[in-house]
Every structure is written in C-alpha cells, then in structure tokens.
Design a protein around this ligand. Structure first.
Ligand code: NAD
Length: 291
C-alpha cells in the first residue's frame, strides 16, 4: 500500500507552531500579526474559502480583518481599498480572494498589493524572485506541495518530476520550486502529447489539472510519489456529490506515497497562507526569521 501523506495533520502541526510564534511576536512587538481578507461579491465557493481562512487565522493566533465589497464594486473602489490596506501598518498580509467579478481585472488589483504584504505570492515581484530562486513570499499551494514532498523525500537532486498543469498559481510555481531543488522537471498541460508515458518516467508527479481521476494507476511507476492538487466535485450517484482529486487514488497501491483528496494539499494551502502572514509580519517589523 502507498503511504498516505497526511496534509491535515501536517497543517495542524504547522498552525500550532505558528500560534506559538504569534505569541512571541506579540510579546516582542505588542502587536498581533494581521491578515486582511478581501472578498468582492457573493460567490458561494469564495465565501466558504474565506470563512475557512478566517477560522484558520483564529486558531493560529493571527488576527484577521474582513473586507467585503459588493459584486457591483468598481475596479477603482477595490484598488482604493488595497491602497488603504497597503498604507496601514497594522496590516501585515493582504489576500484578495479570487476569482473577482467580471469587469475587474484581477492582474491590475494583484499588482497593486505591496509585495511585502503579498501573502498569496502572486505579485510580479514575488513571482520574479521565485523564478530567480531568491527570497520572496511563495504562493501557498506550491509551498504546501513542497512541504508535503519534504516529509517523504530527503534528497531531491536528480529526481524526475512531472507537473501536470501550467497555471500561474500552481503548475508553473511548483515546477520552479522543484527545479530549485535540482529535480529534472517536465511541465505538461492539456495539449501535451504522450502524457501517460511522461508520467511513467517520473519519480514525483504533481497533478494540478482539475481533471477528476486523470492520472491512472498504469501511468505511475512503482515507488513514485504523487501530490494530488486537484479538487473536483463529482456526482456520488446518490443525488449528492463528493470531492475527488486528479489521481485515480484506488489504483495507486504501487506508489510509494500519495496525498489524499480531501485532506492533502488543501489544508496545507491554508496553513501556508498563515505562515506567509507570520513571515510578512516579522519582516515588516524587522524581526529575525523564526528558527
Ligand atoms: P487551471 O484551470 O488554471 O489550470 C489547469 C491546467 O491543467 C492547465 O494548464 C491545463 O492545460 C491543464 N490540464 C487540464 N486538463 C488536463 C488534462 N486532461 N491533461 C493535461 N493537462 C490538463 O487550474 P488551477 O487553478 O491550476 O487548478 C488546478 C486544480 O487544482 C483544480 O482542480 C483546482 O481546484 C485545484 N487547486 C487546489 C488547490 C488546493 O489548495 N488544494 C489550490 C489551487 C487549485
């Protein structure tokens, strides 16, 4: 049987460590690390994500402030809010929940966030730092993927990694992080030819396509490690639905390790958002990195 990499347990340990750090930060500075969460409109999935992020902040001793704008808000209103949060020294991290309503250009808004407060790691300055391999705030899902891999791999050097999906929020940054660890990385996407053969050669597979059960058991070589980023809602045959990943999990007994869906990458993504907020707060107040 493949080992199950328990992202929920890892996220909970990380949140405990951050709660401890947040306490020490408070003692040292008299302030609480603070994340501003911005939600525009009333997309039900976004509302759930925002609620989860705010609840996770509470558990890790991170203060969150909640900023809601109507779906009809203009780009100028949203940018004015980002500017206020940028200028507020009590706010250390800013998260603008995506997607934004049609009519608002997400890039214009994300580019406006102070890179020092960009806890999602989407600002071009942080993306540039990632591609240069220099210090910056990393996007949360790729950062979580690497922590999950770190729990089962000692030495990444020379390993073959295949990343399925080339989005700016998952595929590309996770590929850069793997490259930084000296893996030989292949980035694939919907038009890639011979995807199963490419996956068969891989020691590490990161599946971030949003295609339920795409990666089949016979694509995966014995001993490979699978990070399943996909979150797909599928009918459960009884009138309801269930959440499945991009890997056909029941066919992966011969893999060395796999992340479950749910309970793998998802909880680590949220924990990494908290870790980035803590880090941004320390950097803004000139405190040394936590050990
Ligand atoms: P996206 O739609 O922006 O990108 C998907 C990528 O996968 C594209 O590059 C596309 O070319 C590729 N792709 C799609 N179908 C494919 C196929 N059949 N074969 C090969 N490549 C294929 O998606 P995204 O935002 O990167 O998210 C990907 C998945 O990860 C989604 O299921 C999303 O819900 C999930 N996700 C999970 C988390 C988390 O915290 N666990 C965070 C972000 C995204």
């Amino acid at each position: 049987m493949a080992d199950i990499i328990d992202g929920k347990a890892m996220a909970s340990r990380l949140a405990d460590r951050l709660a401890d750090e947040a306490r020490r930060f408070h003692i040292a500075t008299g302030r609480q690390p603070t994340l501003a969460v911005v939600l525009v409109g009333d997309d039900p999935a976004s509302m759930i994500y925002v609620r989860r992020k705010i609840a996770a902040c509470g558990k890790a001793g991170i203060r969150s402030t909640d900023h809601r704008l109507a779906a009809t808000a203009s780009q100028e209103e949203l940018i004015a809010l980002v500017d206020r949060l940028n200028a507020d020294p009590a706010v250390h991290g800013i998260l603008v929940q995506l997607p934004l309503p049609p009519g608002i250009r997400a890039n214009a808004v994300l580019d406006r966030i102070d890179p020092a407060k960009d806890v999602d790691g989407f600002h071009p300055v942080n993306v540039g730092r990632l591609s240069l391999g220099s210090e910056g705030l990393l996007p949360c899902t790729p950062m979580g993927c690497m922590m999950l891999l770190d729990s089962v791999i000692d030495d990444f050097r020379g390993l073959k990694a295949v990343v399925i999906g080339k989005s700016n929020i998952v595929g590309k940054p996770v590929a850069l992080l793997l490259l930084e660890r000296e893996c030989t990385v292949t980035i694939t996407h919907i038009l890639t030819r011979n995807l199963p053969d490419l996956v068969r050669a891989a020691d590490i597979v990161v599946a971030a396509a949003g295609a339920p059960g795409l990666v089949r058991g016979d694509w995966v070589r014995p001993g490979a490690i699978l990070i399943d980023v996909g979150i797909n809602r599928v009918a459960d045959g009884e009138g309801g639905h269930r959440i499945v990943g991009d890997c056909a999990a029941a066919e992966m007994d011969h893999a060395a390790a796999i992340t479950p869906v749910p309970g793998g990458v998802g909880p680590m993504t949220i924990a990494c958002l908290l870790a980035n907020t803590m880090r941004a707060a320390r950097q803004q107040l000139g405190l040394a990195a936590a050990g």
